[in-house]
Design a protein around this ligand. Structure first.
Ligand code: CAA
Length: 240
């Protein structure tokens, strides 16, 4: 059955692959994005998927953005909280803004989007929320106290909200991707990335589509008994 799905950070990287996959599953997909208008337009032209711009770190913007999506497309039954940023740096060099921006977008975005959509799912007795965490939220990463804290927070947020949604048919799960061949990972210095890839048992970076397939399962009716879980898709880099 086709449903209305919002994917935050949906026009690039992992989000883009998730949009493609959910569309293939027959859903009406809306790709939220935060900044890159040019890429969003190209994505919309190429895929026919609707794009809507708002900052997921802005509470009011999420409430307004989701309300206008619902008015235009109908009730939102599936939310993929994928939008995320990095501001890497060792703690002694990291600024408060680096900390705050990452917490506001990566973790705050999950809260804001859930506030906008979870009450409706609860009332309709069906919903799927998938939060994109990270291997670095599970095991930490040198130079990422902000990102690791936010992603680790996502895993706690997921387990708490899953308990609230369970009796209303709303599942809430996380996926913890490892290193995937996106622009975000390409920004890691080559010498650092080489050492990271050397520690991935499968011997390569992941592909965005490999994360999207996990989302497809968790959002389907087949995933109804899976809630509060974290699916690690990381090539064996961290077995958790
Ligand atoms: N463990 C221990 N020491 C380390 C280390 C590690 N993992 N990495 C670097 N160091 C050491 C270096 O050897 C160096 O030591 P010396 O001064 O004694 O030689 C010291 O730390 C300084 O390191 P850098 O030169 O790297 O410092 P920098 O300030 O130039 O850069 C950094 C720091 C920005 C954190 C850089 O190391 C970096 O980009 N690291 C990668 C961070 C990362 O993996 N980000 C993931 C982004 S993708 C993502 O987040 C998606 C996802 O979910 C997986």
């Amino acid at each position: 059955m086709g449903r209305v799905a919002i994917v935050t950070g949906g026009t690039r990287g992992i989000g883009e692959a998730i949009c493609h996959r959910l569309k293939k599953q027959g859903h009406t997909v809306i790709a939220n994005y935060g900044g890159n208008d040019e890429k969003a337009k190209a994505f919309a032209d190429e895929t026919g998927i609707a794009v809507r711009k708002w900052d997921v770190g802005d509470h009011e913007a999420c409430l307004e953005g989701c309300a206008s999506v619902e008015e235009e497309f109908g009730p939102v039954d599936i939310v993929i909280n994928n939008a995320g940023i990095t501001r890497d740096g060792t703690l002694h060099k990291m600024t408060f803004d680096d900390w705050n921006d990452v917490m506001r977008v990566n973790l705050g975005g999950c809260f804001n989007m859930a506030k906008a959509t979870f009450p409706g799912m609860r009332e309709r007795k069906w919903g799927r929320i998938v939060n994109i965490g990270s291997i670095n939220g599970q095991m930490g990463q040198y130079g990422q106290v902000n990102y690791a804290a936010a992603k680790s927070g996502i895993h706690g947020f997921t387990k708490a909200l899953a308990q609230e949604g369970a009796k209303f048919g709303v599942t809430v799960n996380a996926i913890a991707p490892g290193y995937v061949d996106t622009d975000m990972v390409a920004a890691v210095p080559d010498a650092v990335l080489e050492k990271i890839v050397a520690k991935i048992p499968v011997g390569r970076l992941g592909h965005a589509e490999e994360i999207a397939r996990g989302v497809a399962f968790l959002t389907s009716d087949n995933g109804a008994f899976v809630t509060g879980s974290t699916m690690s898709i990381n090539g064996g880099q961290h077995m958790y």
